[in-house]
Write a protein that binds this ligand. Structure first.
Ligand SMILES: [Zn+2]
Length: 142
């Protein structure tokens, strides 16, 4: 069996944490909670779907994406177990503004409406993402 080097594991941990940081900064809380329920609390996709009012296939899609980023399921489980609280504490920089015409995403840094908050945060606020990523990973050793 191939032993994964520490650098490779750390790179995958960073990939996954960066993803959750971007999701939290863009105001997405459900994804983090749903993935914690899946990987740490061992709930099934249908239980999670019922709990958060989302479709089961959406939950399965989230799980696939997380495993893809982490490379291994145990890395995803480890990240969520160790860093869930810190990720939960990340303050969003995008908020949802509701009006009679529907919901709009508004970036507090740019002071403007944005179409896709996740893409916006990932591409336009790399400095903030990097800073939060370092804070979340502070003191973490693999
Ligand atoms: Zn912005």
């Amino acid at each position: 069996m191939m032993i994964m080097s520490r650098d490779v594991v750390m790179e995958r941990v960073q990939n996954l944490v960066r993803y959750f940081v971007c999701r939290r900064l863009s105001g997405d809380l459900i994804r983090l909670k749903a993935m914690y329920d899946y990987f740490v609390n061992n709930l099934s996709p249908s239980e999670i779907a019922g709990k958060y009012g989302i479709h089961k296939t959406v939950v399965s899609g989230m799980v696939r994406r997380v495993i893809e980023l982490a490379g291994k399921e145990w890395i995803a489980r480890w990240v969520l177990r160790i860093l869930y609280r810190r990720l939960l504490g990340v303050d969003p920089i995008v908020v949802v503004v509701k009006s009679m015409r529907g919901s709009t995403y508004y970036c507090l840094i740019c002071s403007k409406a944005v179409r896709d908050p996740f893409i916006h945060v990932r591409t336009k606020h790399k400095d903030i993402v990097g800073g939060v990523l370092r804070a979340v990973l502070d003191g973490v050793r693999v």
